[in-house]
Design a protein. Sequence first.
Length: 197
Amino acid sequence: MKKNRNIFIITILLVFAILIYTASSTMAKYRESLKGNITGNIARWQINVNDENINGKNTLTNEIDPVFESSAYVSDGVIAPGSKGYFDIEIDATNTDVDFNYNISIAVSEDSKVQDLIVYAYKINDEEIVTFEEAGNIEGTIEHNTASTTIRVFFKWNDDVDTETMDNEDDTEAGTIVNGKAKFVATINFTQVRNSN
């Protein structure tokens, strides 16, 4: 009887071991896991202003050079009371994969020798000239991967006695400064266009 009992216990232990092995290998099938990489391209944001990449910058390295309209009464390349001119801001979005808005504000620099400069109009590419009724901002949207948008800003030296801040004496003094400069500061903000959904 003792022998039968030992065989019975060994058989039970053997069956129990087989059940544990079978259960563990079955459970292992359900516990297996794998990892997979999911990748997608991130939209590029690389805007150039006047051929200069603006990413990570607060100020353009290169100054924007104005063009002064020629006159029979004023030398080339300079401005005098009543003179007009323009400068171009070229925005290149060739390497930008999202549409974006721009907002440009222009003010006379505090260290400009002429404080009576007025921005009075602008045009975008070959569109019609838009005249400012009051000082304002230039705003618009540029679509992604657009090669070039040129914003031409027109300005003049205000010589209207009713609206000028500099009198004739100030005008004369500005003209006597060696290497005197008429300066603007342009602030340009870019914001990605987002879906309204």
